[in-house]
Ligand binder design. Structure first.
Ligand code: SAM
Ligand code: TMP
Ligand code: ZN
Length: 408
């Protein structure tokens, strides 16, 4: 029997299609010996039978996830740094050519994108509730407001700074269950000629690659062109452009503008047609996805059990938020993955959420190299495998589990 909940966009019925069970907060890394009061919730995902928006069945209170100790730092990947610099350069060349343009970024994190605009002298504001990363942004000379973006924040910004030519959010809008308040805020803040641009993991890519580990507490929504098109229309906005992005395992950048203000590009109609042809909102697709997820779990658990029996040493690479879903859903602990190495100082010396696998600095990877490395940061595979080429040269092997379990 599957559960149902109320859609956070249209109030329709959300039908559950996968239950990952009891899961911890994906970005809460407890100190050794400090695991008694870990927070757990039921991680399950469903699709609205009204507007097709894919969403979590249960919401985690936002202050539990986004606070002064939120450990994710956007500049941690050189590929992502380049990605965001290119975003800023594109805005400078397109949307920000008028007199005194104004840009607001939701979830600016450590300021990786806004830094370029600040240096170009563009009037800007980052809205970032996580105090630690907000401070890092401020340290780079970026104007930051340490708050959650919602309707009240937006009206205050509009009153103080005027309307925005660009409102931008990367890997942030999908984190916000109270999306209605965000859209009302965008309505109050966006200039009539402005654009609301956001990029997030694309549900069609998640299904195609069975990248089930994109499902965790912070990722509340999983967008498609169809669901975003319908959502935009509820708030007097129109989807005028979509662009597929290779980052984070497949994303889409959606551009919304006040309805009728811009001519939608052909890419919108094309992606909507592609989604229809792929049956992305069909029950059969969701069942197939659920079967594939179970298959990956079985294969990964079997592989790790065999390696353990053979006495091989396995470590993890990248203490990603995604890896919380994998380790907890598959029951992977320190007995099969000795430790996980990660470049983020705030994660080092801590334990992985729920599984309590220790997190160590990347220097420990080669000290000595393990037989196998389970690549939790598979979305950064190219960057990491290039950097760690000596591991392969020394006979080490990578274990990947998306789109299927394989050793390379
Ligand atoms: N934009 C960066 C990137 O793409 O690397 C950061 C993404 S990070 C995964 C999500 C960010 O959204 C966090 O820094 C978090 O604090 C922020 N956030 C969460 N809720 C928010 C809200 N209501 N308004 C603004 N930012 C929010
Ligand atoms: P993400 O998948 O959410 O971007 O998180 C990537 C994690 O992997 C983050 O904790 C930083 C870590 N990481 C490394 O340890 N080494 C690397 O080379 C890269 C790119 C990321
Ligand atoms: Zn709905």
């Amino acid at each position: 029997m599957s559960a149902a909940s109320r859609c956070r966009v249209c109030a329709g019925t959300v039908q559950e299609f996968f239950d990952f069970g009891r899961q911890p907060l994906s970005d809460a890394f407890p100190r050794p010996g400090d695991t008694a009061d870990e927070f757990f919730f039921r991680l399950a995902i469903g699709m609205c039978d009204g507007c097709t928006m894919v969403q979590l069945m249960e919401e985690v209170p936002r202050d539990r996830m986004f606070h002064a100790d939120y450990p994710y730092v956007s500049s941690g990947s050189s590929v992502m740094r380049k990605h965001f610099e290119a975003v800023a350069e594109r805005f400078l060349a397109t949307e920000l050519t008028g007199p005194d343009p104004f840009v607001v970024e939701l979830g600016c994190n450590d300021g990786v994108m806004l830094k370029v605009l600040a240096e170009a002298g563009v009037r800007h504001l980052g809205v970032e509730p996580s105090g630690g990363v907000a401070e890092m942004a401020a340290g780079k000379g970026i104007r930051v407001r340490n708050a959650f973006f919602e309707e009240s924040t937006a009206t205050e910004i509009a009153a103080a700074d005027g309307r925005a030519d660009v409102i931008y959010a990367a890997n942030t809008l999908c984190h916000i269950p109270y999306i209605e308040s965000v859209f009302r805020g965008v309505g109050a803040l966006l200039a009539p000629t402005g654009v609301f641009v956001f990029e997030d993991p694309y549900f069609a890519d998640i299904v195609e690659r069975t990248s089930f580990d994109q499902v965790y507490d912070e990722h509340f929504f999983f967008f498609t062109a169809r669901s975003v098109h319908a959502m935009a229309a509820r708030y007097g906005l129109e989807l005028v452009d979509v662009e597929r992005l290779p980052v984070h395992g497949g994303e889409v950048r959606y551009t919304l503008a006040p309805a009728g203000s811009r001519r939608p590009s052909s890419s919108v109609v094309e992606l909507l047609a592609e989604e229809r042809a792929a049956g992305i909102a069909s029950t059969a697709t969701l069942h197939r996805f659920a079967d594939s997820v179970q298959g990956i779990r079985n294969d990964l658990v079997a592989l790790l059990a065999r390696l353990r029996q053979e006495g091989k040493r396995v470590v993890g690479y990248g203490a990603t938020a995604k890896s919380a879903t994998v380790t907890n859903f598959c029951g992977i602990g320190p007995e099969s993955v000795a430790f996980v190495c990660d470049t983020t100082p705030a994660k080092q010396g801590r334990l992985m959420p729920g599984s309590h696998i220790p997190v160590l600095p990347p220097e420990r990877f080669a000290d000595p190299y393990p037989d196998y490395a389970l690549l939790f940061a598979w979305n950064h595979a190219e960057e990491i495998m290039a950097k760690e080429h000596a591991f392969r040269d020394a006979g080490g092997k990578w274990i990947l589990y998306v789109p299927e379990v394989r050793v390379v």
